[in-house]
Ligand binder design. Structure first.
Ligand SMILES: Cc1cc2nc3c(=O)[nH]c(=O)nc-3n(C[C@H](O)[C@H](O)[C@H](O)COP(=O)(O)O)c2cc1C
Length: 200
């Protein structure tokens, strides 16, 4: 029988489990991201709150802490963003994905794609998902209002099927997930996995 946990997410990100640890400013440190990736999921480093030099140091530390690939979260409007993009690209052998809200244009997304880095924006509306795919993103995280409301108030259970019907790239479900039941539900919807903050 085929492994039900082998999805487009595990295939594209090279992890064992279809689970993403989302970035949290000041919390998604190299230690947390390495622990996530070493446990079989895929961790994102909280680059959106780092200066370029800090990010360079954090990536170097992370390279030592895990043999696995990992992701970096950043915003294209944060101070030093252009330098941050270059640091990420220079580490393309280990940085398998970037996550962001709004920001990168088609040119920047193309540069990541050419370097083998998957762009996985977090969106909270169907039109934003469609726009990101148009710009060249090859995977999308759809986050419902349960994810703290940062990306809008539409509940995950309403938004997720709408986005799954609207785009033809793999979709990750976020907002309110925290256990195996949630993962099973997201996969049943047709998502390729879940993205969540680690909960104890
Ligand atoms: C403490 C905290 C810090 C966060 N910081 C960031 C951040 O720096 N960048 C970002 O894109 N999302 C950030 N988020 C949002 C999460 O990455 C994620 O999208 C969301 O929490 C997922 O929903 P869940 O909490 O229901 O699992 C943060 C969330 C929390 C709880």
């Amino acid at each position: 029988m085929a492994d039900p946990l082998a999805t487009a997410l595990t295939g594209r990100l090279g992890c064992r489990l279809p689970v993403i640890q989302t970035a949290m400013g000041w919390i998604a440190t190299p230690q947390l991201v390495a622990a996530t990736s070493n446990a079989g999921a895929f961790g994102f480093l909280a680059g959106a709150v780092m200066k370029p030099a800090e990010l360079g140091e954090a990536i170097a530390r992370l390279r030592d802490l895990t043999p696995h690939a990992f992701g970096v979260n950043f915003h294209s409007f944060q101070p030093g963003a252009a330098e941050i993009v270059e640091i990420i690209l220079a580490n393309a052998d280990r940085v398998r994905a970037v996550s962001f809200g709004r920001g990168p244009d088609a040119k920047m997304i193309g540069r990541f794609r050419d370097a083998g880095i998957l762009c996985i924006p977090t969106v909270g509306a169907v039109k934003h998902a469609e726009k990101m795919v148009q710009l060249g993103c090859e995977m999308i995280t759809v986050q419902g209002g349960e994810g703290g409301g940062h990306t809008g108030s539409v509940p995950t259970t309403v938004l997720l099927p709408q986005v799954l019907d609207a785009v033809d790239v793999p979709v990750v479900a976020a907002g309110g997930f925290g256990d195996g039941r949630g993962l099973a539900a997201a996969l049943a919807y047709g998502a390729c996995g879940i993205a969540m903050v680690p909960v104890s």
